[in-house]
Design a protein around this ligand. Structure first.
Ligand code: ADP
Ligand code: MG
Ligand code: MG
Length: 888
């Protein structure tokens, strides 16, 4: 037997651990082997390993003799388990060919069902099953699927032919088609294929099989798959496996069915079976949205007020068997399972199981519930929740008090709320989102080709499809609110208009979706701020218990500080002072300061700013109530504050009494060719010490005032930006110390404080040992450190960074996720050298990376004391820090 082909089901013994290893047999194959192994009814089959995918795609799309022999042996296994023979005229074996990567990937080839049918075997299937209608129905499905996914014939041609056939016969639904009708349609389908391809539909069953296997491997390199891989950080070398499995038939009449189910509600996390099924149907019928699926349980049907019987009511025996499987699988996998099954003449068959995708809310509830049920421990619960998914819960939701102008209602397919302009196709969604618009993608139904548009959209609305439709599943995975199956929605692509309920909505009109209720509303509905309560709060408490690093926030307004504290921030890692300079009423004093001809002029302007800055810091120290606050002295190049346009210059001329021409000349003098590397950061403090003096004075006066008022210790951490040399820090530290001493003497109160530096230049990282002699803390400013190490300006990178990531030059945008290989080395080295000089040096990170889970894991590894993230990312950082500590 080939080392690359693994048998499952039908009593196949498989002790090879590779058979159940997702990296080898893919998620689908590994779980089929696992289910068969614990005695569940799985149709027999075999899996060709993911390793063959890479071989095939590099070896000129060829299969070697070993694989050919492996597939032949696999077929023999299915034949002996089923007692059927592939290609046999009287007793034909039919198989499905299914893709399956390590993680489920919408970009991969669609499954081909009923493979092995041809003009001869169809007669055998008809005779053997005693059901000619079923046999010809299966054959027409097979021709359509195979032609569409393997041969590349547009499926619309087949759908149109079916529509015409029904019209000609005066039928309304597919079920009215007779055996003869299907047989005639098969003839038409074959003619379509011959016309499109210039050769007949393949009758040789082995040719069919190898065509499908090759198509699965080809699909790994499809554009769709590549887009999905990029969005989800899936490496290109993983490859997909191919599963070939005996068919079982859900389309053999009213005792047969097919369905999908979750062991718990994937939207809310509620411990209740949840799913959809269809009588007398096959495969994708449930998710394709062609027929409206029925509810799985009686309770769900009654809650929805639906008429068609639930599976629990219509097939009590098969349902009871299924429920027992749910219980067994949850205990076995210790996680919520997403299941696909088929019932053939009252016999249940399991076709797939995997850990189910879930919303952030459901992930939290399930994790917390399962700890309560004793199914998992706290550490596992922490590992279960994707920190980035919490983002969904950290965004505003619709204000329950706000009036809602409800146009129509669909299914609440993915929770959360979104407002945006209506767009009708994925490309438009992407284009408008790139221009900064919020858009809602409105489609009849979505398909994998729409992925980029779904990603770009704030919310998704479809007319068709149930809770397990493509739109619903993908939206939940992406954390986009989604309303699916809105029967009150119709779209006219020609005029680019839709009717929602009884109103017309044109492309570009604003609507609001509530993915938790299914409501579609006109206009923009106001939102309210999120709160950290319930399961979310519980998991955060566990995370805090298991993490080592502190989590601070980057904030500079009292409001941001308040939000961050509510989300659990334990201090401020970066308080930028320049934003304070822009405030109305101050900017003209700032401009006066910048444009002053001499020190005296600057000091006069700074004197006006001092009380304002002091008030800022008082407000921040008040909110932070004794928690550490790192304040960065002025950093940006001064010309960023200069007036723009004549009106602003005229206004400034009036305030300062200086002429417009004079001001313009001074502004011109401040122009820089390369401001990122120009007169900024501590260079401002070195050349205009009075600026930093004013800021230090404001900080210490505020700290003393708040300390006296509150009785709490206030320990300001004064941070000097863009230091490259020890000498810079030495000079500026002396300045800060001098001002502090002066303030303490004046106020008769002394406080502890720290002076430290940002490490954001490669030279600073290299010289960290020396620099640590002057500073008691380092904060890694990884935004600038990335710019200066890569020699890439963040503001100019948009033009080339995407192609760079596409070609794998950088695995991810290095401004989003730290370039651990490169920039990471500098961080590691600076931490090491800093600690050598000053063993108790405080180390933190304050770049954007402080809120990125992968970067946080790196910070844990290097042993930083804290990470600092923007307020809404604080819970993400808390969870990521706990996961990192647990992994360490
Ligand atoms: P996907 O990865 O898109 O879910 P699957 O390979 O799971 O694709 O196939 C989709 C559906 O096709 C399954 O849910 C099942 O209903 C049907 N199917 C696949 N293989 C078989 C089979 N051997 N017998 C019957 N139905 C099958
Ligand atoms: Mg599936
Ligand atoms: Mg910087």
């Amino acid at each position: 037997m080939s080392a690359y082909v693994f048998h499952f089901g039908g009593g196949a013994r498989n002790d090879d651990p590779r058979a159940k290893d997702k990296t080898i047999t893919g998620g689908k194959g590994a779980n089929l082997a696992e289910m068969a192994g614990i005695g569940l009814p799985v149709p027999p089959g075999f899996t060709i390993s993911t390793e063959v995918c890479a071989q095939y795609n590099t070896a000129g799309k060829q299969f070697d003799a070993d694989i050919k022999a492996g597939v032949a042996a696999g077929l023999a296994h299915i034949e002996s388990a089923t007692g059927r023979v592939f290609g046999d005229a009287a007793n034909p074996l039919l198989v499905s060919v299914r893709s399956g990567a390590r993680v489920s990937m919408p970009g991969m080839m669609d499954t081909v069902l009923n493979l092995g049918l041809n003009d001869v075997t169809v007669e055998g299937l008809a005779a053997d099953s005693g059901d000619a209608r079923f046999a010809w129905d299966s054959y027409r499905r097979f021709i359509q699927m195979y032609s569409d996914v393997v041969l590349g014939v547009d499926h619309h041609r087949f759908e149109d032919a079916l529509e015409i056939a029904k019209e000609d016969n005066g039928y309304y639904a597919d079920v009215e088609m007779s055996a003869e009708n299907w047989q005639k349609l098969v003839g038409e389908y074959k003619a379509i294929v011959a016309e499109e391809l210039g050769r007949p539909f393949p009758q040789d069953v082995h040719e069919q099989l190898w065509g499908a296997i090759g198509a699965v491997f080809d699909s790994w390199e499809s554009e769709r798959a590549k887009v999905y891989r990029k969005l989800n950080d899936i490496p290109a070398d993983w490859g997909t496996a191919v599963n070939v499995q005996a068919m079982v038939f859900g389309n053999m009449g009213d005792t047969s069915a097919t369905g999908v189910a979750f062991t718990r509600d994937p939207a809310t996390g509620e411990k209740a079976y949840y799913g959809e099924w269809l009588v007398n149907a096959q495969g994708e019928d449930v998710v394709a949205g062609i027929r409206t699926p029925q509810y799985l349980t009686k309770a769900a049907r009654e809650r929805a007020g639906a008429k068609p019987l639930s599976m629990e009511e219509a097939m009590p025996q098969a349902y009871a068997e299924l429920a027992a499987v749910f219980e067994l699988l949850e205990k076995h996998y210790r996680d919520m399972q997403d299941i696909e099954f088929t019932v053939e003449k009252n016999k249940l068959w399991m076709l797939q199981t995997r850990s189910g995708k879930r919303t952030a809310k459901a992930a939290l509830k399930m994790a917390v519930d399962m700890v309560g049920e004793g199914l998992i421990d706290e550490a596992t619960a922490i590992a279960r929740v994707d920190p980035m998914a919490l983002d969904q819960l950290l965004h505003p939701t619709l204000d329950p008090q706000a009036p809602r102008d409800v146009l129509a209602k669909g299914l609440p397919a993915s929770p959360g709320a979104a407002s945006g302009a209506v767009v009708f196709d994925a490309d438009t969604a992407q284009a408008r989102a790139e221009r900064g618009d919020s858009v809602i993608l409105v489609r009849v139904e979505t398909s994998p080709e729409d992925i980029h548009g779904m990603h770009a959209a704030k919310g998704i609305l479809t007319a068709r499809g149930g809770m397990t439709s493509h739109a619903a599943v993908v939206a939940r995975g992406m954390g986009r609110p989604c309303v699916s199956g809105a029967s009150g929605l119709s779209i006219d692509m020609a005029s680019r208009k839709a009717r929602i309920g009884n109103r017309e909505v044109a492309e570009g009109d604003l609507i609001t979706l509530d993915g938790s209720t299914g409501e579609i509303m006109a206009g923009e509905v106001p939102m309210v701020e999120p709160e950290l309560v319930g399961d979310f709060a519980t998991l955060m408490v566990w995370a805090d218990k298991h993490r080592r690093m502190k989590v601070r926030t980057n904030a500079e307004t009292p409001l941001d500080c308040q939000v961050a504290r509510q989300f659990g921030a334990e201090g401020i890692g970066l308080c930028r002072t320049e934003h304070m300079f822009f405030e109305a009423g101050r900017i003209s004093a700032v401009r006066q300061m910048i444009l002053a001809e001499d020190e005296a002029g600057r000091r006069a302007a700074l004197a006006k700013l001092l009380p304002e800055q002091r008030a800022d810091f008082i407000a921040i120290f008040d909110v932070m109530a004794g928690l550490p606050v790192t304040i960065r002295l002025l950093d940006p190049p001064l010309h960023e504050f200069l007036p723009h346009g004549d009106a602003e210059f005229e206004e400034l001329a009036e305030v300062t009494g200086l002429g417009v021409d004079h001001l313009k000349r001074r502004a011109g003098e401040l122009h820089e060719f390369n401001p990122m590397l120009g007169h900024r950061g501590c260079r401002l403090g070195i050349t205009f010490p009075e600026i930093y003096e004013m800021q230090a004075q404001a900080i210490f006066e505020a700290a003393v005032e708040v300390a006296l008022k509150s009785g709490e210790a206030v320990v300001p951490e004064v941070m000097i930006p863009l230091v490259a040399t020890k000498k810079e820090l030495q000079i500026l530290r002396a300045l800060v110390d001098r001002v502090a001493a002066q303030v303490f003497a004046d106020k008769g109160k002394t406080l502890d404080y720290l002076v430290g530096t940002m490490i954001e230049l490669p030279r600073a990282a290299l010289m960290a040992g020396e620099i640590a002699e002057e500073g008691t803390f380092f904060s890694f400013g990884t935004n600038d450190l990335t710019q200066t190490t890569l020699g890439v300006s963040r503001d100019d990178a948009a033009r080339f960074l995407n192609p760079y990531v596409d070609q794998g030059i950088y695995p991810r945008d290095p401004f989003v996720s730290l370039d651990i290989e490169g920039v990471g080395q500098l961080v590691e080295l600076a931490a090491e050298r800093g600690r050598k000089t000053r063993p108790d040096i405080k180390l933190g990170i304050c770049g954007e990376h402080g809120g990125d889970p992968a970067s946080i894991a790196f910070c844990e590894k290097v042993g930083l004391d804290y990470v600092s993230a923007s307020p809404y990312r604080v819970p993400i950082a808390r969870l990521a820090a706990a996961q990192a500590a647990l992994k360490a």
